[in-house]
Design a protein around this ligand. Structure first.
Ligand code: 2P0
Length: 337
């Protein structure tokens, strides 16, 4: 989930962003994609199943990932299993891919990020690709921009890069998943419905029509990225929360500034945000940060376990999970209520 948002491309084909972004990768025990890749000489074409349903691999994004991984494939030999595939054979062999999310797909919970990151990683393992996660991130990026960040754990920055071919537009890990283990993430699943406007078409419309977009990408985000990196490295929750909430609100403001306007958050998202804002203000120092991506689901990040327990109690009081507002909660730690 991003805390500095990627929204808008400077190159649609290579998927190069207009601004840098920062995200935190969720603990895979709660939200993850599991991808299995098989290869066999009897397969007559590449095929893929997403959550059990066959889908087409003919799109440019899938083709780019498959081509780039095949181009880096190496010999694979496992005597115990009687497997021997030469480097050049990978061009002729077809793969079958099965990918499953344990969370709602295309509901603004970064399913395309985790899906493409997992796909590229699995294909690279199968074909004995030697590139590190940074180099692989430039391939995952061509599947879905946000996917480049999901190849690393912890907090991750997608750097802009300068090369025209996008080879240096990669993700770098800022800190690993253990670095800031006080943080507790709670996701309020407001809706598991698929979003009406996909991120790709939404951001294209924003770039074409929003008069605020350029100001955000050039003036606001570069400064925020520097501040956010500092806050993460210093585990400075107050600055982190201020920036995360401001980013969320500006991202949804440029969505509203798009023609036609894009509404990702809904009334329940707004009410959850107000609840957090009121609480933070009543305590005096931020106890929780909130952020929503391209959908109404709210990701909340609490300062520590105590704050997370208090936050969850508040949420359960105002939005019981069996009400019509909230589908469910995903809690990233064991909390004593
Ligand atoms: C982000 N989002 O930084 C932002 C915030 C959604 C809102 O990255 O066209 O699905 O595949 O590059 O990666 C969603 O964008 O779009 C996204 P494509 P992607 O997480």
């Amino acid at each position: 989930m991003s805390v500095i948002k990627y929204w808008g491309k400077r190159d649609e084909k290579l998927i190069l962003a207009m601004n840098e972004s920062i995200s935190v990768t969720f603990d895979p025990t709660h939200l993850c994609t599991t991808t299995t890749v098989a290869v066999s000489p009897v397969f007559d074409r590449d095929r893929m199943w997403l959550n059990g349903k066959e889908m087409s691999l003919s799109g440019r994004r899938y083709q780019n990932c498959l081509r780039e991984i095949r181009a880096r494939a190496n010999d694979v030999e496992d005597e115990t299993k009687g497997i021997k595939i030469a480097k050049n054979d990978w061009e002729k062999l077809h793969v079958h891919i099965s990918s499953n999310n344990n969370f709602p797909t295309a509901a603004g919970l970064a399913s395309s990020a985790s899906g493409f990151a997992c796909l590229v990683f699995a294909l690279a393992k199968l074909m004995n690709v030697q590139e590190d996660n940074g180099k692989l991130s430039a391939i995952a990026r061509q599947g879905s921009g946000s996917a480049c960040r999901s190849l690393h754990g912890g907090f991750v920055k997608w750097v802009m890069g300068k090369e025209e071919d996008g080879s240096d537009s990669i993700a770098v890990q800022l800190v690993d998943e253990k670095y800031w283990d006080d943080l507790v993430i709670i996701i309020a699943v407001v809706s598991s419905q698929q979003k009406e406007t996909s991120s790709s078409s939404g951001m294209l419309q924003t770039v074409e029509t929003s008069t605020l977009m350029e100001y955000r990408a050039k003036e606001v985000v570069p400064k925020r990225v520097i501040e956010m990196e500092e806050a993460i490295k210093n585990r400075d929750f107050s600055t982190f929360a201020r920036l995360t909430c401001a980013e969320n609100n500006q991202f949804h403001a440029i969505c509203l500034d798009t023609s036609p306007p894009i509404f990702y958050m809904n009334d329940t998202s707004h009410r959850i945000i107000s609840c957090v804002e009121k609480w933070n203000r009543s305590v005096g120092t931020p106890q929780a940060a909130y952020t929503c991506d391209a959908g109404p689901n709210v990701v909340l990040m609490a300062r520590d376990r105590e704050a997370a327990t208090l936050l969850l109690r508040r949420l359960l009081f105002h939005f019981p999970p069996n009400s019509t507002d909230i589908d469910s909660y995903v809690v990233g730690d064991k909390l004593i209520l």
